[in-house]
Design a protein around this ligand. Structure first.
Ligand code: CAA
Length: 384
């Protein structure tokens, strides 16, 4: 029995800052961001969006199509948690009106947690092949203003269903994985910005990739030639390119573009989506591949700082294009609103009140759901 991803949906906030604007404000050459980092825009969530509204908005098209009927678990992956106790997925469970008979839990291990959720979902489906699990990954990448990480900020969410005999991607049983207790990127509970040892984080990303790939090859007997495409965790698109160049030494720019280029299109304009990033890349690949990938194998590398890395693979299913939400994704990306630098800083500096009082937030342009305010330390969400 094959198990894997049945359908996938992507959402990012309606606002962005062009990195040319950031470059001008910070006195940096725009090419450093456009070429050196490989990013053009960063997605910015307005004050009435958070990981709950973005996650719910990603899952909403699946709900509308009836694809969430009978879902038995909602696994929510994030590193931008909004509560130390309650799983953010429970707010989404309420907003989407999911069945009472549903296990809801939040998972954390930096950007890796979505792959852990996928593994857990597959385990549930193995035990009960007719069951369906909803995985949602939603994150806001936020660094200190003016820091090297600033240009790699972004936001976004993906929602995907995991089933037996999936119509999008059947996950192979083989995998290589690696863990190491390192401090390359972290966020103490008392900070709202991530801390990062930037250069070191890129080295650990590659070290974990090499270890995971070596193990994967040993277990599967496959080589680079067995893959039509690769999707990497995408903190910034140049990182994915560098990662693939480590595995495929001496690869030409043209070949590199062929095997990873289509997976980087959405991230180049949405920015880092942390836990969602690899799966934003997968969505971008499936939506934008010029060639029909049905029957072809793709390689996936998931990385979460701290750190855990996993290399795994899957076979794209024949007829997969019928399951895609390509038009909606493209329309969303094309209809976003550009912010001025002042608007970006104002939104960045907008602090969520912590006094337990009654606060109502101004209405910005959002997806189908918004974070309307806070009352007595309770977050209030509503249909937009
Ligand atoms: N034109 C073209 N290229 C230029 C340029 C110009 N005018 N100016 C600089 N560049 C190039 C540089 O040569 C460099 O390229 P190489 O890496 O090939 O040498 C590239 O632009 C970046 O320049 P710097 O190395 O000087 O950049 P930096 O030190 O200011 O910042 C960074 C880089 C440290 C990665 C920073 O973006 C950062 O801290 N990011 C956040 C951490 C991160 O994303 N880490 C990734 C691995 S960890 C992970 O993946 C988990 C996660 O999601 C966070």
């Amino acid at each position: 029995m094959d198990i894997g991803i049945e359908q996938i949906s992507f959402y990012t906030a309606q606002y962005f800052l062009d990195l040319k604007t950031l470059a001008e404000a910070r006195g940096v050459e725009p090419d450093k961001f456009y070429t050196g980092i490989g990013q053009e825009k960063m997605g910015i969530p307005p004050p009435d969006e958070d990981v709950v509204t973005m996650g719910a908005s990603a899952a909403f098209p699946l709900k509308e199509q009836g694809a969430l009927e009978g879902v038995e678990a909602l696994l929510f992956a994030t590193e931008s948690g909004i509560d130390q106790s309650k799983a953010a997925g429970l707010f989404i469970h309420g907003l989407l009106g999911l069945p009472e008979r549903c296990r809801v839990v939040e998972l954390k291990q930096a950007c890796y947690s979505t792959t852990a959720a996928l593994r857990m979902a597959m385990g549930l489906v193995v035990m009960k092949p007719q069951s369906k699990v909803l995985v949602i990954a939603s994150d806001i990448a936020r660094y200190v203003l003016g820091s090297p990480g600033e240009s790699t900020q972004g936001c976004g969410a993906v929602a995907f269903t995991v089933t037996a005999d999936p119509r999008l991607l059947a996950i192979d049983p083989e995998a290589g994985f690696y863990a190491d207790d390192v401090m390359d990127f972290w966020r103490p509970n008392y900070l709202s910005e991530a801390l990062v040892d930037g250069k070191y984080s890129t080295q650990v990303y590659i070290k974990a990739l090499k270890a995971a790939w070596k193990q994967y090859v040993g277990e599967s007997g496959r080589s680079l030639n067995d893959f039509a495409r690769f999707c990497y965790h995408i903190p910034f698109t140049r990182m994915a390119a560098k990662a693939h160049q480590k595995l495929a030494k001496g690869i030409s720019d043209e070949e590199l573009q062929t095997v990873i280029g289509e997976s980087l299109i959405y991230s180049r304009s949405a920015g880092n989506c942390y836990a969602a990033a690899l799966y934003v890349g997968l969505t971008s690949l499936l939506d934008n591949a010029a060639e029909d990938l049905g029957g072809k194998r793709i390689g996936l590398y998931s990385y979460g700082s701290g750190c855990v890395g996993e290399f795994f693979s899957g076979v794209v299913q024949p007829g997969y294009r019928e399951m895609l939400l390509t038009d909606a994704h493209r329309e969303m990306m094309a209809s976003r609103t550009e912010l001025t630098f002042q608007q970006y800083e104002d939104i960045y500096n907008y602090g969520i009140p912590t006094d337990g009082g009654v606060h109502t937030f101004a209405q910005y342009c959002t997806g189908p759901f918004r974070f309307a305010g806070i009352r007595g330390h309770k977050r209030i969400y509503e249909r937009a």
